[in-house]
Design a protein around this ligand. Structure first.
Ligand SMILES: *Cc1c(COP(=O)(O)O)cnc(C)c1O
Length: 412
């Protein structure tokens, strides 16, 4: 008999408890959800099965950057649903090329390789980097390495968790794939020291999301770019969480005016409607992949491509990014005002913040649970941190309201 592990909150009604019990009974316990059962979403607000409304300050880890049920995205999806949803890449469809053209243009690159989930984009990036290493750089067979950063989060596949230093992601899932060298995040000398003639790529998140919105020292991304260029190594930026508007720039690398060799995109690319990820790079890199060497049954499907093209169109004007920058300054100012009042540190970039909770107040999880009771949804990460990542369509007044709720919770 499974324990209903989410039911550690009072004040849930019987319908809610029943739904959570059923889920706990038959869904593998690979997550520990907060005790709220959501049935509807519109913009920055979601509604639970009891009719209570919550401000969503997580956005499905940035997958819902444009808000729930965005009318323009829904319209595109509905239109495409009735026309054509899946062909496989055995045939052409009339949406993939449009999506790829728009995305390549947004990124200033030549080619797009479409996949579904973020982890698949990372796996694709790894394969492309290795193939490039052997076929272009002429690394000895099976000797290619990729430099990664401590504290990374790139997904959950067996290869990826092998170079994670988070025990819950990593332990007991070996044997691990060789070929990765991990160095401290933000330490440029360590990257340079790790590079040798067998290095195909440096793979980093420009800002580490899952680790708690860890922003590297100023100049780090520029230095990574320079070192990669100097040593003939590909710079792969995992922008799956940081990219597509979240930081107030189209890509987090734009914060330092840096262009990586490969962008890995996902999450928000699917408009919060379906999974859509992509690797975006120039022909001299992504062109190494030949027919049959890589793919996915669902990757590049017309439904996802239609939604993705609209997402890219929405980002192409820069308005969302500009708004995110301005509101991000507001969010940062409000959060910084909480330091010393139950908060020990705040890291904020765009509409994305890691807020470290004073252990005297409780854990991140406890604060998140108390916020649920006050109508605000956030997610804890690594014990004492809560992550704030609202849909980018949030208003200043809504930010202020959320901060008030947080203030109440922190005051105990
Ligand atoms: C979420 C995430 C991934 C994995 O994406 P999935 O769609 O969950 O597979 C990879 N990299 C980063 C930086 C992420 O935040």
């Amino acid at each position: 008999m499974t324990a209903a592990r989410s039911l550690d909150m009072p004040s849930l009604d019987t319908a809610t408890i029943g739904i959570i019990r059923a889920e706990d009974e038959h869904v593998a316990h690979n997550y520990h959800p907060l005790p709220v059962v959501i049935t509807r979403g519109e913009g920055v607000w979601v509604t639970d099965v009891e009719g209570k409304r919550y401000l969503d300050l997580l956005s499905a880890y940035s997958a819902v950057n444009f808000g729930h049920s965005h009318p323009a995205l829904l319209a595109v999806a509905q239109e495409q649903l009735q026309r054509l949803t899946l062909t496989s890449r055995a045939f052409h469809n009339d949406k993939l090329g449009l999506f790829a053209t728009a995305l390549a243009d947004l990124a200033g690159k030549e080619l797009v390789l479409p996949m579904n989930t973020g982890a698949e984009a990372v796996e694709t990036g790894i394969k492309v980097a290795r193939a490039w290493g052997y076929r272009v750089k002429r690394i000895a067979p099976d000797a290619a390495t990729i430099v990664v950063a401590n504290g990374n989060f790139h997904g959950r596949t067996t290869t990826i968790v092998g170079f994670s230093d988070d025990p819950s992601a990593h332990d007991d899932f070996g044997p691990y794939a060789p070929g990765f060298v991990s160095v401290p995040f933000g330490d440029i000398a360590a990257i340079e020291a790790a590079i040798d003639e067998n290095t195909a790529a440096v793979l980093i998140e420009p800002i580490q999301g899952e680790a708690g919105i860890i922003i590297p020292p100023e100049g780090y991304l520029r230095a990574v770019r320079e070192i990669c260029t100097k040593h003939g190594v590909l710079f792969i930026a995992d922008e799956i969480q940081a990219g597509l508007g979240r930081t107030g720039e189209t890509f987090a690398c734009d914060l330092e005016g840096v262009v990586p060799d490969m962008y890995l995109l996902g999450k928000a690319l699917g408009g919060g409607i379906l999974p859509l990820s992509a690797v975006v790079a120039d022909r001299d890199v992504l062109g190494v992949i030949r027919p049959g060497e890589h793919g996915s049954t669902f990757g590049g499907n017309p439904l996802a491509a239609a939604v993705g093209e609209r997402v890219v169109a929405m980002l192409s004007t820069g308005e969302i990014q500009e708004r995110t920058r301005l509101l991000g300054e507001h969010l940062a100012a409000r959060l910084e005002g909480l330091i010393g009042q139950g908060v020990t540190a705040v890291r904020c970039v765009g509409l994305w913040a890691g807020v470290d909770i004073d252990p005297a107040v409780g854990t991140g999880r406890e604060v998140a649970e108390r916020l649920v009771a006050r109508g605000v949804l956030v997610k804890d990460t690594h014990g004492q941190t809560i992550r704030i990542a609202p849909p980018l369509v949030i208003r200043a007044t809504e930010i202020d309201w959320a901060i008030e709720q947080l203030q109440v919770v922190l005051a105990g």
